[in-house]
Design a protein around this ligand. Sequence first.
Ligand code: ZN
Length: 369
Amino acid sequence: MPNKRVSQQTYKRRRMVALAVIILLLIIIICLISSACSNKSSNTVKGKSTISTTPASSATQPFSSVSTATSSASQKTSSTVTTTAISGTLPDDGSNVQSIELSFNSVTLSIGESQMPIVTMGPDTAEDKSEKWSSSDASIASVDDVGNITGVKAGTCYITVASVNNPRVYAEVKVTVTDSASTSSNTSLSNTAATNSGGVTTIQGIVIANKSYPLPQGYDPGLDATTKSQFDALSAAAAAEGLNIYLASGYRSYSTQERIYNNYVANYGQESADTFSARPGYSEHQTGLAIDLNSIDDSFADTPEYTWLVKHAHEYGFIIRYPADKVSITGYKYEPWHIRYLGVDTATAVYKSGKCLEEYLGINSQYAN
Ligand SMILES: [Zn+2]
């Protein structure tokens, strides 16, 4: 009897053990299946957002993704914030836009705050580099014609810039708008290049005013004190060599520029006026960092003063802002008399680069309309 009871108990125990092993195996199998499924779904998400659906022709290098600063942290972030170029429709003979790069691909804004990424379209030889901006949800963040992104309400959306010439080439900025009342420290760019404070755009520490980057009407700094003292030093150095370089026009307010521009438009028509006179808000003279010299006309280029200026302006922190060979880039005709203060280091770097300021900073100068 005791033996029989033991064997019955043993039998029961074995059944229990067998059952436990089966349950354990089932759990392991379920786990394996579910993890395989989740891998598969994350692969589809990734494949979808990297947009390599069209096989690029061998002549075109698909522009590799520019991921955000947090790319290592999460695949999802980097794959959704991807700069991609697809080609196929337009020939890659150098005349069409084939790539777009942005100075940042994600940004956090508070409500009412604005940021503008710098756009670089490639190749350099592309004829039409105009941009078309759009927002996936304008109730969260809006964007204007030149790419100024403004937080509207808390949430996340995407701002897209496409090439007008080749609309299949585009880039995106992931925008997160936070609810907090605006404090400028809230702003974070993953790759800081351009900042916009109160409507004034600063790129690499340089205040910029051109046809793409206007200044607000109320921006009224007067002639910058350092600009003035450096100009005085320049003028004195030229005088020591018997040359006369004098300040003819320095700071101009929005309203002064408005009067000048409107006068030119009345006399020459807008199309012509736009080639030599800035619209109000777009003049570099409103920055307080630009000076027009001497006769303010083309004859200045033929004077020994100008010859000296070309050689020495950078030593005092100035560049000749609108060179003869950069008209299509600066958006202004040759102005030998117009100099811009950048500080000695930057002016020397720009001078040695042989580039105009737009090329040096990688920005455009085009009116939005
Ligand atoms: Zn000027």
